[in-house]
Ligand binder design. Structure first.
Ligand code: ZN
Length: 76
């Protein structure tokens, strides 16, 4: 745990928020899937193209080659 009290309290809040997001994502039926470029994880500087649930922002799968092509075509 961070020794800076402000940081420690923010980290605790972040943990609770992440838990709440996880709970919402686990209840979501992921009906609206879109192809989007996103960070592989929060700390990663790299973006990747993934199939994402539009409702809860969870990565729900890998896009097909065709979907990647269509996504890239749309961003040009
Ligand atoms: Zn979802």
């Amino acid at each position: 745990m961070a020794s800076n009290k402000k940081v420690a309290s923010l980290l605790e809040k972040k943990r609770l928020i992440s838990k709440e997001i996880e709970d919402l994502q686990s209840m979501c039926e992921h009906k609206n899937k879109i192809i989007k470029s996103t960070k592989e994880n929060e700390a990663s500087p790299n973006t990747v193209i993934r199939r994402i649930c539009e409702d809860c922002d969870r990565i729900v799968g890998m896009p097909t080659q065709h979907e990647i092509y269509e996504f890239l075509d749309g961003t040009r």
